[in-house]
Design a protein around this ligand. Structure first.
Ligand code: NDP
Length: 255
């Protein structure tokens, strides 16, 4: 096997949560371009269908699936559907996430729960449901989309629930990496810095001082700049890697 062969995902089946737009959309495309069949999931079906059509137009096998990760019954149904239509799941990318910026004393408990329910509980449901299948299959690769927000406090918009959820994602990544290594399942995380998406409009002037200037590279990232790393973590290229958190932040956390 050549080094580039080790990056191939030919014949693999991947699920990406929150793949209708932003980072998830770019990761789905990267996995597809590397050869995987991809389940493109999101709560709202129409954008997921549109994303899947775009991937199909690029020659990728893509299956749109409606999925709210906060509902474990929907997660179980998604796993059934994908396994039936595409085959056993080799790669799970837990990307679905929300951030709600509120100061701690201004954060109602419902908002706290909503963030934790999506970013942590949702990831837990997907990981457990797919992980159980991976144990039966004798292996797989799980990539959790964490954040540099697990390591630093974002400014100027306080978002305590989001930060707590992402720190939990990083530690859960390590917990499951340790527990599931004997089953051939690798669990790693990607921790992006500021990436331009609908949820993160970091191209706006008010973000320049806080999100762009402090990064060593003095710019924000684009979703497609995370694609190569997820392909690496998904397949054979990272065969000796588990429990790692890969930071991709243009040098933001250097200081
Ligand atoms: P976007 O808001 O652009 O996209 C979020 C995606 O997740 C959409 O497809 C959305 O579709 C889906 N989604 C939201 N809630 C749920 C849910 N309950 N169940 C299933 N799908 C859901 O966000 P980004 O692309 O910016 O972020 C993606 C991930 O990357 C998140 O986990 C985020 O925390 C993380 N991240 C982002 C950074 C950034 O700067 N952008 C930096 C670091 C980490 P729908 O609403 O239809 O469900």
């Amino acid at each position: 096997m050549t080094v580039l062969d080790s990056f191939s995902l030919q014949g693999k089946v991947a699920v990406v949560t929150g793949a209708s737009r932003g980072i998830g959309r770019a990761l789905a495309q990267a996995l597809g371009e590397a050869g995987a069949s991809v389940a493109v999931t999101a709560r709202t079906l129409e954008p997921a269908e549109r994303a899947a059509r775009e991937l199909q137009a690029a020659g990728i096998t893509a299956l749109p699936v409606s999925l709210d990760v906060t509902d474990s019954a929907q997660v179980d149904r998604m796993v059934e559907l994908v396994s039936e239509k595409l085959g056993p799941i080799d790669v799970l990318v837990n990307n679905a996430g929300i951030s709600i910026g509120r100061e701690a004393l201004d954060t109602p408990d419902e908002l706290w729960r909503e963030v934790l329910a999506t970013n942590l509980d949702g990831l837990w449901y997907c990981t457990k449901a797919v992980g159980a299948r991976m144990v039966e299959q004798g292996g797989g690769s799980i990539v959790n989309i964490g954040s540099m927000s697990a390591m630093i406090v974002n400014r100027p918009r306080w978002q305590p629930a989001y930060l707590a959820s992402k720190a939990a994602v990083h530690q859960l990544t390590k917990a499951l990496a340790a527990e599931w290594a004997p089953h051939g399942i690798r669990v790693n995380a990607l921790a992006p810095g500021y990436i331009l998406t609908e949820a993160s409009p970091v191209d706006q002037p008010e973000y320049r001082e806080w999100c762009v200037e402090p990064a060593a590279m003095k710019r924000y990232g684009l979703p497609e700049e995370l694609g190569p790393a997820v392909v690496f973590l998904a397949g054979q290229a990272s065969s000796f890697m588990t429990g790692s958190v890969v930071v991709i932040d243009g040098g933001f956390t250097l200081f």
